[in-house]
Write a protein that binds this ligand. Sequence first.
Ligand code: C2O
Ligand code: CU
Length: 481
Amino acid sequence: LVLVACGLGAILVIRLWNGTALDTTGEVAFANRLAIPPLAQSRLDERGRRIFELTAEESSHDFGGQRVPTWGFNGEYLGPTLRANRGEQVVVNVHNGLAEPTTVHWHGMHLPATMDGGPHQPIPPGQTWSPTWKIDQPAATLWYHPHPHGETAQHVYRGLAGMFLLDDGQTALPSTYGVDDIPLIVQDKQFDDGRLDESKSVLGDVGVLGDTIAVNGVTGPYLEVSTSLVRLRLLNASNARVYRFGLADDRDFQLVATDGGLLETPFTTNGIQLAPGERAEIVVGLRAGETAVLRSGPQDLGIGALGDRFVGGHDRLDILQLRAAPTLAPSAPVPGKLAEIARLDPKQAAQSRQFRVQARTINGRKMDMSRVDATVVKGTTELWTLTNNDGTPHSFHLHDVQFQVVKVGGSGPPPQLRGWKDTVFLRTGEPVQVIARFADYSDPNTPYMFHCHVLLHEDEGMMGQFVVVEPGQQAGQVHSH
Ligand code: C2O
Ligand code: CU
């Protein structure tokens, strides 16, 4: 009996392994030209404010062979790229053309809580919400997406997401949008019966995992490159999947920026892991006439090779083919010094906090719209220790401010975690310590969020709220809507 049980167990394990160990190497035809999200039109009003218009609407979209119902901003799927300069005052008129409430959150943006677009700023159907704020942070690849309480996974999966690029004066990096500076919104999709399948993965604990990769809403994409260096702005806008991006031939590239902006110096590597919500800018060198494939290789998610499979781990997923022209315009080399990053000092921290994520809770509590989980004093620095206490990967995202990673496990951060971050991957049992300064904005009555960016986890309660108050002030009354 024991033998039989073992045998069945082994067969089950093998079946699960084969069923979930995705490998698309050589199978993707790369027959569809990569779409570049259009730059959003904007105008300046009489006060010099830059005004954007976004409308969330129902539509349908052809991902490259099949047209399925989708949602999009100002179009079929995803949204235009918003772009603004440091120091500018922006206004975004967000119109909700859907049949249900939604919100739009500016992921990575430093701004007042009432402008943040989290669950406390719902936009009823047919209405327009017009947040305004001053761009006051370094150049970076940020993004925007809905954040309605309990519904974020669906709204993003159906197509509501876009990039928000910030500029900050001159750059020596490739910077011609759509030519040598390429936004890549990477998502995994599951197509079933002529629709996007939104159901949870059968085995996993992370929500929908698709077997098909779409980049900027295109499956099997290729990009024609005409310069010797190309800058790729990678955004993991997937609901749950974690990628480790690299080139199929394992060549080195230069990592130049992470979530909140440029690294101090480029980091030469052959792979960069991005959990949901994270971004990276990489500069890839190409030889004239060659093709190269951007691919996601095996990632160590920290729960063992088999366990990883159930939560979105994969062997190899082909992402994008780069087709270099027969002759390439020479690009300026990547500068050896990219930015100045003043290190925040843990000894100056006014407060240390622990956040343990486990089973759809943070510190044992599920999200409650009317509860304040942390009260932070404006202008102070805080040290937060983030621990993954269960056997599922999580990525921890903090609203309002960018943080610095102080420690991963017992050690200092690796080069890819030394820049500004707003989202960080948490391996099981490996605490990540981060430090942030909560400057500029306070509002005792309107919370910001912190949460897991695996969207099913967020929706099911792995989220908490903090308010920023003036010195001596108490947190006020926050309301559920
Ligand atoms: Cu990208 Cu609170 O989210
Ligand atoms: Cu999670």
